[in-house]
Write a protein that binds this ligand. Structure first.
Ligand SMILES: [Fe+2]
Length: 395
Protein backbone atom coordinates (compact mmCIF):
# COMPACT_ATOMS: atom_id res chain seq x y z
CA UNK A 1 0.00 0.00 0.00
CA UNK A 2 1.27 3.49 -0.81
CA UNK A 3 2.25 5.68 2.14
CA UNK A 4 0.19 8.70 3.12
CA UNK A 5 -0.59 11.07 5.96
CA UNK A 6 -4.17 11.65 7.00
CA UNK A 7 -5.53 13.70 9.89
CA UNK A 8 -8.87 15.31 10.63
CA UNK A 9 -8.27 18.18 13.02
CA UNK A 10 -11.94 19.19 13.21
CA UNK A 11 -14.08 17.69 15.92
CA UNK A 12 -17.38 16.81 14.22
CA UNK A 13 -20.78 16.69 15.86
CA UNK A 14 -23.11 15.29 13.22
CA UNK A 15 -26.82 14.63 13.41
CA UNK A 16 -30.32 16.04 13.61
CA UNK A 17 -30.72 18.21 16.72
CA UNK A 18 -27.00 18.88 17.30
CA UNK A 19 -27.64 22.65 17.32
CA UNK A 20 -29.30 22.20 20.72
CA UNK A 21 -25.95 21.14 22.19
CA UNK A 22 -24.04 24.19 20.96
CA UNK A 23 -23.52 25.75 24.42
CA UNK A 24 -21.96 22.61 25.82
CA UNK A 25 -19.79 22.22 22.71
CA UNK A 26 -18.54 25.82 22.44
CA UNK A 27 -17.78 26.54 26.10
CA UNK A 28 -14.27 25.07 25.83
CA UNK A 29 -13.23 28.08 23.72
CA UNK A 30 -14.31 30.83 26.14
CA UNK A 31 -17.34 32.94 26.95
CA UNK A 32 -17.13 35.76 24.40
CA UNK A 33 -18.67 34.64 21.12
CA UNK A 34 -18.95 36.46 17.80
CA UNK A 35 -21.48 34.93 15.40
CA UNK A 36 -21.10 35.63 11.68
CA UNK A 37 -24.15 34.96 9.53
CA UNK A 38 -26.36 36.55 6.86
CA UNK A 39 -29.80 38.11 6.67
CA UNK A 40 -31.52 35.02 5.28
CA UNK A 41 -30.26 32.84 8.11
CA UNK A 42 -31.42 35.48 10.58
CA UNK A 43 -34.87 35.61 8.93
CA UNK A 44 -35.13 31.82 9.07
CA UNK A 45 -34.76 32.05 12.85
CA UNK A 46 -31.54 30.04 13.11
CA UNK A 47 -29.63 33.00 14.55
CA UNK A 48 -32.21 33.48 17.32
CA UNK A 49 -32.09 29.76 18.13
CA UNK A 50 -28.31 29.83 18.32
CA UNK A 51 -28.23 32.97 20.49
CA UNK A 52 -30.89 31.53 22.78
CA UNK A 53 -28.93 28.27 23.18
CA UNK A 54 -25.77 30.23 23.97
CA UNK A 55 -27.48 32.63 26.37
CA UNK A 56 -28.79 29.70 28.38
CA UNK A 57 -25.17 28.76 29.07
CA UNK A 58 -24.12 32.31 30.01
CA UNK A 59 -22.16 33.31 26.89
CA UNK A 60 -21.55 36.95 25.97
CA UNK A 61 -22.83 37.01 22.40
CA UNK A 62 -22.37 39.55 19.62
CA UNK A 63 -23.34 38.93 16.03
CA UNK A 64 -22.87 40.22 12.50
CA UNK A 65 -25.64 39.28 10.08
CA UNK A 66 -24.48 41.02 6.92
CA UNK A 67 -22.10 38.40 5.53
CA UNK A 68 -24.20 38.16 2.36
CA UNK A 69 -22.71 36.83 -0.85
CA UNK A 70 -19.18 35.60 -1.30
CA UNK A 71 -16.93 37.45 1.16
CA UNK A 72 -14.43 40.03 -0.02
CA UNK A 73 -11.19 40.94 1.73
CA UNK A 74 -12.25 44.61 1.76
CA UNK A 75 -15.57 43.79 3.45
CA UNK A 76 -13.91 41.69 6.16
CA UNK A 77 -11.15 44.30 6.70
CA UNK A 78 -13.67 47.10 7.21
CA UNK A 79 -15.91 45.00 9.46
CA UNK A 80 -13.00 44.02 11.71
CA UNK A 81 -11.92 47.66 12.13
CA UNK A 82 -15.17 48.25 14.00
CA UNK A 83 -14.65 45.43 16.52
CA UNK A 84 -13.50 46.94 19.83
CA UNK A 85 -13.76 43.92 22.12
CA UNK A 86 -11.94 40.84 20.83
CA UNK A 87 -14.10 37.67 20.95
CA UNK A 88 -12.64 34.36 22.12
CA UNK A 89 -14.31 32.30 19.41
CA UNK A 90 -15.94 33.05 16.06
CA UNK A 91 -18.95 31.01 14.96
CA UNK A 92 -19.78 30.84 11.26
CA UNK A 93 -23.49 30.07 10.89
CA UNK A 94 -24.73 29.62 7.31
CA UNK A 95 -23.46 28.52 3.93
CA UNK A 96 -19.82 28.34 2.92
CA UNK A 97 -19.68 32.12 2.49
CA UNK A 98 -20.64 32.74 6.12
CA UNK A 99 -18.16 30.13 7.35
CA UNK A 100 -15.42 31.58 5.15
CA UNK A 101 -16.31 35.08 6.37
CA UNK A 102 -15.91 33.79 9.95
CA UNK A 103 -12.51 32.29 9.07
CA UNK A 104 -11.42 35.59 7.54
CA UNK A 105 -12.56 37.47 10.65
CA UNK A 106 -10.65 35.02 12.87
CA UNK A 107 -7.48 35.87 10.92
CA UNK A 108 -8.02 39.60 10.45
CA UNK A 109 -8.85 40.29 14.12
CA UNK A 110 -5.50 38.82 15.13
CA UNK A 111 -3.23 39.98 12.28
CA UNK A 112 -2.42 43.48 11.15
CA UNK A 113 -2.10 43.28 7.35
CA UNK A 114 -4.94 43.45 4.85
CA UNK A 115 -6.63 40.05 4.59
CA UNK A 116 -5.85 39.78 0.87
CA UNK A 117 -2.14 39.60 1.71
CA UNK A 118 -2.78 36.21 3.36
CA UNK A 119 -4.32 34.54 0.31
CA UNK A 120 -2.33 31.68 -1.12
CA UNK A 121 -1.17 32.53 -4.62
CA UNK A 122 1.45 31.27 -6.97
CA UNK A 123 2.50 34.71 -8.24
CA UNK A 124 3.59 36.36 -5.00
CA UNK A 125 4.82 35.33 -1.56
CA UNK A 126 1.81 35.47 0.68
CA UNK A 127 1.74 36.08 4.42
CA UNK A 128 0.78 33.14 6.59
CA UNK A 129 -1.79 33.20 9.40
CA UNK A 130 -0.27 32.33 12.77
CA UNK A 131 -1.38 30.45 15.86
CA UNK A 132 -2.89 33.73 17.15
CA UNK A 133 -5.85 33.08 14.83
CA UNK A 134 -9.08 32.83 16.80
CA UNK A 135 -10.78 29.43 16.98
CA UNK A 136 -13.63 28.96 14.51
CA UNK A 137 -16.76 26.88 15.04
CA UNK A 138 -18.66 26.08 11.84
CA UNK A 139 -22.40 25.46 11.73
CA UNK A 140 -23.32 24.85 8.08
CA UNK A 141 -26.86 25.43 6.83
CA UNK A 142 -26.06 24.20 3.32
CA UNK A 143 -24.48 20.96 2.15
CA UNK A 144 -21.75 21.49 -0.38
CA UNK A 145 -18.79 23.70 0.31
CA UNK A 146 -17.23 21.48 2.96
CA UNK A 147 -15.89 24.64 4.56
CA UNK A 148 -16.85 23.18 7.94
CA UNK A 149 -13.78 20.91 7.76
CA UNK A 150 -11.39 22.59 5.31
CA UNK A 151 -8.33 24.84 5.75
CA UNK A 152 -9.66 27.13 2.98
CA UNK A 153 -11.17 30.60 3.25
CA UNK A 154 -12.18 31.69 -0.25
CA UNK A 155 -12.38 35.46 -0.61
CA UNK A 156 -12.57 37.85 -3.49
CA UNK A 157 -10.83 41.12 -4.08
CA UNK A 158 -13.35 43.83 -5.04
CA UNK A 159 -10.62 45.94 -6.62
CA UNK A 160 -8.66 43.43 -8.72
CA UNK A 161 -11.70 41.19 -9.41
CA UNK A 162 -9.82 38.10 -8.40
CA UNK A 163 -10.81 35.27 -6.11
CA UNK A 164 -8.40 33.11 -4.13
CA UNK A 165 -8.10 31.21 -0.87
CA UNK A 166 -6.28 31.65 2.39
CA UNK A 167 -4.97 28.17 3.14
CA UNK A 168 -3.92 27.44 6.70
CA UNK A 169 -4.36 24.78 9.34
CA UNK A 170 -5.10 27.62 11.77
CA UNK A 171 -8.39 28.36 10.03
CA UNK A 172 -9.64 24.79 9.96
CA UNK A 173 -12.73 24.95 12.19
CA UNK A 174 -11.92 23.53 15.60
CA UNK A 175 -15.44 22.17 15.72
CA UNK A 176 -18.13 21.54 13.12
CA UNK A 177 -21.71 21.21 14.28
CA UNK A 178 -23.46 19.58 11.32
CA UNK A 179 -27.19 19.46 11.89
CA UNK A 180 -28.88 18.37 8.62
CA UNK A 181 -32.20 19.72 9.91
CA UNK A 182 -30.82 23.22 9.22
CA UNK A 183 -30.47 22.47 5.50
CA UNK A 184 -34.17 21.70 4.99
CA UNK A 185 -34.97 25.36 4.32
CA UNK A 186 -32.62 25.61 1.35
CA UNK A 187 -34.55 26.33 -1.86
CA UNK A 188 -34.12 23.87 -4.72
CA UNK A 189 -31.68 26.04 -6.72
CA UNK A 190 -29.35 26.50 -3.76
CA UNK A 191 -29.66 22.81 -2.95
CA UNK A 192 -28.62 22.00 -6.52
CA UNK A 193 -25.71 24.43 -6.70
CA UNK A 194 -24.21 23.62 -3.31
CA UNK A 195 -24.68 19.91 -4.01
CA UNK A 196 -22.88 20.29 -7.34
CA UNK A 197 -20.00 21.98 -5.51
CA UNK A 198 -19.75 18.94 -3.22
CA UNK A 199 -19.88 16.72 -6.32
CA UNK A 200 -17.00 18.68 -7.86
CA UNK A 201 -14.98 18.41 -4.64
CA UNK A 202 -15.53 14.66 -4.56
CA UNK A 203 -14.68 14.15 -8.24
CA UNK A 204 -11.68 16.50 -8.33
CA UNK A 205 -10.21 15.00 -5.17
CA UNK A 206 -10.64 11.53 -6.68
CA UNK A 207 -8.82 12.27 -9.95
CA UNK A 208 -6.27 14.46 -8.15
CA UNK A 209 -2.63 13.39 -8.57
CA UNK A 210 -2.22 13.71 -4.79
CA UNK A 211 -5.14 11.45 -3.88
CA UNK A 212 -4.49 8.49 -1.59
CA UNK A 213 -6.44 5.42 -0.50
CA UNK A 214 -8.18 7.27 2.30
CA UNK A 215 -9.22 10.31 0.26
CA UNK A 216 -10.30 8.10 -2.63
CA UNK A 217 -12.58 6.15 -0.31
CA UNK A 218 -14.17 9.40 0.94
CA UNK A 219 -14.48 10.77 -2.61
CA UNK A 220 -16.13 7.63 -3.97
CA UNK A 221 -18.60 7.42 -1.10
CA UNK A 222 -19.48 11.10 -1.50
CA UNK A 223 -20.05 10.75 -5.26
CA UNK A 224 -22.25 7.70 -4.70
CA UNK A 225 -24.45 9.45 -2.13
CA UNK A 226 -24.66 12.67 -4.17
CA UNK A 227 -25.77 10.79 -7.30
CA UNK A 228 -28.52 9.12 -5.29
CA UNK A 229 -29.63 11.84 -2.90
CA UNK A 230 -29.06 15.23 -4.56
CA UNK A 231 -31.97 14.79 -7.02
CA UNK A 232 -34.20 13.76 -4.09
CA UNK A 233 -33.14 16.77 -1.99
CA UNK A 234 -33.80 19.11 -4.95
CA UNK A 235 -37.22 17.60 -5.60
CA UNK A 236 -38.33 17.60 -1.96
CA UNK A 237 -36.37 19.75 0.44
CA UNK A 238 -38.19 18.25 3.42
CA UNK A 239 -36.82 14.76 2.67
CA UNK A 240 -34.69 14.41 5.79
CA UNK A 241 -32.89 11.29 4.57
CA UNK A 242 -31.76 13.13 1.46
CA UNK A 243 -30.65 16.10 3.57
CA UNK A 244 -28.71 13.86 5.96
CA UNK A 245 -26.84 12.11 3.14
CA UNK A 246 -26.07 15.41 1.42
CA UNK A 247 -24.67 16.87 4.66
CA UNK A 248 -22.63 13.71 5.08
CA UNK A 249 -21.37 13.92 1.47
CA UNK A 250 -20.33 17.53 1.97
CA UNK A 251 -18.27 16.43 4.96
CA UNK A 252 -16.66 13.51 3.13
CA UNK A 253 -15.80 15.59 0.07
CA UNK A 254 -14.59 18.43 2.30
CA UNK A 255 -12.23 16.08 4.10
CA UNK A 256 -10.89 14.85 0.77
CA UNK A 257 -10.12 18.31 -0.61
CA UNK A 258 -8.61 19.27 2.75
CA UNK A 259 -5.91 16.73 2.06
CA UNK A 260 -5.38 16.93 -1.68
CA UNK A 261 -7.04 20.11 -2.94
CA UNK A 262 -9.04 20.55 -6.13
CA UNK A 263 -8.02 20.47 -9.80
CA UNK A 264 -8.56 22.37 -13.03
CA UNK A 265 -12.36 22.74 -12.73
CA UNK A 266 -12.01 24.75 -9.52
CA UNK A 267 -8.99 26.65 -10.88
CA UNK A 268 -11.09 27.88 -13.81
CA UNK A 269 -14.26 28.30 -11.73
CA UNK A 270 -12.60 30.67 -9.25
CA UNK A 271 -11.34 32.87 -12.07
CA UNK A 272 -14.61 32.77 -14.03
CA UNK A 273 -16.66 33.54 -10.92
CA UNK A 274 -14.51 36.52 -9.99
CA UNK A 275 -14.51 38.01 -13.50
CA UNK A 276 -18.19 37.44 -14.27
CA UNK A 277 -19.72 37.74 -10.76
CA UNK A 278 -21.20 34.25 -10.95
CA UNK A 279 -21.79 32.03 -7.93
CA UNK A 280 -19.26 29.35 -7.07
CA UNK A 281 -21.71 26.49 -7.60
CA UNK A 282 -22.60 27.69 -11.11
CA UNK A 283 -19.04 28.17 -12.27
CA UNK A 284 -17.89 24.89 -10.79
CA UNK A 285 -20.64 22.95 -12.55
CA UNK A 286 -19.96 24.75 -15.84
CA UNK A 287 -16.25 24.03 -15.67
CA UNK A 288 -16.61 20.44 -14.47
CA UNK A 289 -18.65 19.18 -17.39
CA UNK A 290 -15.94 19.38 -20.11
CA UNK A 291 -13.31 18.22 -17.62
CA UNK A 292 -15.22 15.00 -16.95
CA UNK A 293 -15.80 14.52 -20.67
CA UNK A 294 -12.08 14.76 -21.43
CA UNK A 295 -10.72 12.64 -18.61
CA UNK A 296 -8.12 10.15 -19.79
CA UNK A 297 -4.94 8.40 -18.72
CA UNK A 298 -4.08 5.06 -17.18
CA UNK A 299 -3.83 6.17 -13.54
CA UNK A 300 -7.01 8.21 -13.51
CA UNK A 301 -8.93 5.48 -15.32
CA UNK A 302 -8.04 3.06 -12.52
CA UNK A 303 -9.73 5.45 -10.10
CA UNK A 304 -12.75 5.83 -12.37
CA UNK A 305 -12.96 2.05 -12.54
CA UNK A 306 -13.07 1.84 -8.72
CA UNK A 307 -15.75 4.51 -8.72
CA UNK A 308 -17.70 2.55 -11.34
CA UNK A 309 -17.63 -0.56 -9.19
CA UNK A 310 -19.41 1.47 -6.52
CA UNK A 311 -21.91 3.46 -8.55
CA UNK A 312 -22.89 1.18 -11.43
CA UNK A 313 -25.36 -1.63 -11.07
CA UNK A 314 -23.57 -4.97 -11.12
CA UNK A 315 -25.28 -5.89 -14.38
CA UNK A 316 -23.63 -2.84 -15.98
CA UNK A 317 -20.11 -3.94 -15.02
CA UNK A 318 -18.79 -5.86 -17.99
CA UNK A 319 -15.08 -5.23 -18.44
CA UNK A 320 -12.68 -2.55 -17.25
CA UNK A 321 -12.91 -0.37 -20.31
CA UNK A 322 -16.70 -0.50 -20.41
CA UNK A 323 -16.94 0.26 -16.69
CA UNK A 324 -14.84 3.40 -17.20
CA UNK A 325 -16.87 4.50 -20.22
CA UNK A 326 -20.19 3.88 -18.48
CA UNK A 327 -19.04 5.62 -15.31
CA UNK A 328 -17.97 8.74 -17.18
CA UNK A 329 -21.22 8.66 -19.10
CA UNK A 330 -23.21 8.41 -15.86
CA UNK A 331 -21.38 11.37 -14.32
CA UNK A 332 -21.90 13.50 -17.44
CA UNK A 333 -25.57 12.55 -17.55
CA UNK A 334 -25.97 13.57 -13.92
CA UNK A 335 -24.51 17.01 -14.64
CA UNK A 336 -26.50 17.48 -17.84
CA UNK A 337 -29.75 16.55 -16.06
CA UNK A 338 -29.18 19.43 -13.64
CA UNK A 339 -27.98 21.97 -16.17
CA UNK A 340 -31.06 24.20 -15.80
CA UNK A 341 -29.58 25.28 -12.46
CA UNK A 342 -26.24 26.47 -13.79
CA UNK A 343 -26.50 27.24 -17.51
CA UNK A 344 -26.98 30.81 -18.65
CA UNK A 345 -25.61 33.53 -20.80
CA UNK A 346 -22.09 34.60 -19.96
CA UNK A 347 -21.12 37.69 -21.87
CA UNK A 348 -17.36 38.12 -22.07
CA UNK A 349 -15.16 39.23 -24.93
CA UNK A 350 -12.08 37.56 -26.25
CA UNK A 351 -9.67 39.73 -24.28
CA UNK A 352 -11.41 38.71 -21.04
CA UNK A 353 -11.01 35.06 -21.97
CA UNK A 354 -7.32 35.74 -22.49
CA UNK A 355 -7.09 37.47 -19.10
CA UNK A 356 -8.91 34.59 -17.40
CA UNK A 357 -6.50 32.13 -18.99
CA UNK A 358 -3.54 34.14 -17.71
CA UNK A 359 -5.16 34.34 -14.26
CA UNK A 360 -5.40 30.55 -14.03
CA UNK A 361 -1.67 30.30 -14.65
CA UNK A 362 -0.72 33.26 -12.47
CA UNK A 363 -2.63 32.56 -9.28
CA UNK A 364 -4.49 29.24 -9.62
CA UNK A 365 -1.51 27.16 -10.69
CA UNK A 366 -1.64 24.95 -7.58
CA UNK A 367 -5.00 23.28 -8.34
CA UNK A 368 -4.02 23.18 -12.00
CA UNK A 369 -0.93 21.16 -11.08
CA UNK A 370 -3.14 18.68 -9.19
CA UNK A 371 -4.92 17.73 -12.42
CA UNK A 372 -3.96 14.32 -13.83
CA UNK A 373 -3.22 15.80 -17.26
CA UNK A 374 -0.85 18.67 -17.99
CA UNK A 375 -2.89 21.45 -19.55
CA UNK A 376 -1.28 24.35 -21.40
CA UNK A 377 -2.67 27.83 -21.95
CA UNK A 378 -4.28 26.89 -25.22
CA UNK A 379 -6.20 24.07 -23.53
CA UNK A 380 -7.44 26.38 -20.76
CA UNK A 381 -8.35 29.06 -23.29
CA UNK A 382 -10.33 26.49 -25.28
CA UNK A 383 -12.18 25.35 -22.15
CA UNK A 384 -13.10 28.94 -21.26
CA UNK A 385 -14.14 29.62 -24.82
CA UNK A 386 -16.38 26.55 -24.83
CA UNK A 387 -17.85 27.33 -21.41
CA UNK A 388 -18.70 30.97 -22.06
CA UNK A 389 -20.16 30.21 -25.46
CA UNK A 390 -22.47 27.71 -23.84
CA UNK A 391 -21.70 24.99 -26.34
CA UNK A 392 -20.34 22.53 -23.80
CA UNK A 393 -23.26 20.19 -24.11
CA UNK A 394 -22.00 16.71 -23.77
CA UNK A 395 -22.75 14.55 -26.75
FE1 LIG B 1 -15.88 24.43 -4.26
Amino acid sequence: MVSFKFSIPTEIFFGVGQLNNVGEIVKRYGKKVLIVTDKIIRELGYLDTLISNLNKKGFIVTYFSDASGEPSSQHIDSFCKKIMDLPEVVIGLGGGSCIDFAKGVAVKLTHKNSLWEYVNRTDFIDLIPTECTLPVVAIPTTSGTGSEVTPYCVIKNDISHQKAAIISNYIVPKTAIVDPELTKTMPSDLTALTGLDAFAHAFESLINVKSNYMTQMFSIEAINYILNYLPLAIRDGTNLDARIYMSYSSLLAGMSISHVGTTVAHAMAQVLGAKCSLSHGKTVALCLLPVIRDIKGEEVEKKIYELGRRILYSSESVDNEKVVTKTISKLKGFLVDLNSYYRGNIIVNESTINIMTEDVFSYMKRPLDNHPEILNKKAIYNYFNEIVRGDNNVK
